[in-house]
Design a protein. Structure first.
Length: 138
């Protein structure tokens, strides 16, 4: 067991890139880091959950949109050192596409939720612009 200063706790999260009609769904973060910034819906994977289960849950909690796990496709794992100011975070991102825009409802730690045109995205928190690009290129 390593016990020196190189120890680091790695946290496991899931993010969702939801597309519809040339738009992507974003939430406004209510908590630091990046409070008040736009980001993808997502969050920590809870005990007993898979990242896929967490992505479905977080989307519904933060934006009020329910998607079946079977409709999600994995984009990839994002684990760059320094991607989160709170420490080491590894996120597995998922994507899905709706046939039309549906009205989101902000909840949980999101203060707002809305659709943004893919060609006019705001600055995004963390590495979420990279995740959106990866999902769009799938």
């Amino acid at each position: 067991m390593i016990t020196d200063a190189t120890d680091e706790t790695i946290r496991y999260t899931a993010d969702v890139v939801l597309f519809a009609a040339g738009h992507v769904l974003l939430i406004k973060r209510g908590w630091d880091p990046h409070a008040g910034c736009w980001a993808l819906p997502g969050g920590h994977v809870d005990k007993g959950e898979t990242s896929l289960d967490a992505s479905v849950r977080e989307l519904e909690e933060e934006a009020g949109i329910a998607i079946l796990a079977a409709d999600m496709r994995q984009v990839g794992a994002f684990d760059a050192v320094g991607r989160d100011a709170r420490g080491r975070y590894v996120s597995v991102a998922y994507t899905a596409t709706l046939p039309a825009l549906v009205e989101p409802t902000a909840g949980d730690d999101a203060t707002a939720a809305r659709w943004w045109p893919l060609d006019a995205l705001p600055d995004l928190a963390f590495d979420h612009a990279e995740i959106v690009t990866a999902a769009a290129n799938r």
